[in-house]
Design a protein around this ligand. Sequence first.
Ligand code: BGC
Length: 478
Amino acid sequence: MSADTSTTKFRHNTADNQVSHHTKLDNSFYCIKSMQWLLVIGIIVLLYSSLVGLLNILFPEKHLDWDNINTDVLNFPETFTWGVATAAHQIEGHNVNNWTQFEDRENKESSGSACDHWNRWQDDHNLLVELGVSSYRFSIEWSRIEPNQGDWNEDAIQVYSDMIDSLISKGIEPMITLHHFSHPIWFEEKGGFYQQQNISYFVDYCSRIFPYFSDRVNKWCTVNEPDVFSIMGYHMGMFPPGLRSPLKAIRVMKNVMVAHGEVYHRLKHLNPNSYVGLAKNVTIFDPYRRWNLLHWLTTFALNYIWNGAIISALSRGKMYGKSVTKVKNSADFIGLNYYTHVLTSPFLPQTTEIDLPSRSHETVTEFGYPMYAEGLERATKWLNKLAIPIEITENGVADGEDSLRPTHLKRHLWVIADLIAKGVDIRSYYHWSLMDNFEWAEGYSMRFGLYHVDYENQQRTLRNSGKTYQQIISRHNK
Ligand code: BGC
């Protein structure tokens, strides 16, 4: 081998070695880089799953195994109040208010004669007796009492007064709601609860009407569902005035709570012994996909807007970062209207006409939302923060065929009995509703009654679920 050849070989070898050395370095560099990336991704995945795991542990979506629960065994204390609920505009017929105006303007199904309760209330009171309830929650219609501003209709006041006497003579305790979604057109045209300066009209109306009845009526609900009223009317556009602005809805909700606070103090001043509260709809929001943080974020936001803000107003005098001082501690009881939970994602339907999602094992009711009695327990957890008695002012189901209502009723009562046994201060249950009635945006298509109503001839017929309720009440009233 010549010296030249060996030098060339040596050079080649050195060059090869250098190349392979560089390649090795490059490879290990890329290896380290990708390991770093893998590590970063791993940490992100770990953090994400720990966070989601923690949220799942902290906020479980409770589901009971109903097949193994005997809902026929229900134990309630003797002092428990059994009731049913209605609202003026849904049953009375021929009102002239913000709702009738909206029904006409939006070409909605007209409430018309509704259940013609204004003319048939004596007979309807007999239905209460037939059921055996000891209390009846109903609302008085502001637009009948003050159809024009400052113009007081004594005849209408007398009819409500007669209703109260009739109930008492039958041993049924009245619970009056002062505002259940409807009010006079003159009030609506001034801007309703959207304008803060209008709150005084409502407060004056309540203070004026209260002394007519307060000698005989102890239980008062100032307003029904400030949450539903404002969100359906000002954000979802499905209640009057039909607007679609979340900010307006929040403003109205706040004003309604301020109105509640003012009315509470006025009524307590007029009669310190009366028992005054409001009916709060607690809807539970749960993330649709429990691994999706965006669904969790939406859930937290909605739970705060719908439930947390009102609880915070009542417990801390603060709502949406603003002070509502007179609202703090302005309730002797909290009325709970409970219907369902809503599975939430950032793309929630903007109208109730779209079917809401449900878990595969859940029964979907006619309204499109799931039957979820377990949520009632979770709802009371929100309300327990107030440390005042809970009255279940509404609970029921749209079920024209009456195929779900018996089960629905028994499951919810089972949860309530269980809560009472665990020490939660629940004093009453008012089933929604005594009879089928005008279901707001859904018109007459949804039937919530323990009594079926034939709107052709206004005949009322007790459903099987009504009989079930009747039996439960009579078993406990012995
Ligand atoms: C309202 C009732 C209504 C019921 C059933 C509640 O939010 O207070 O007026 O009929 O839900 O949808």
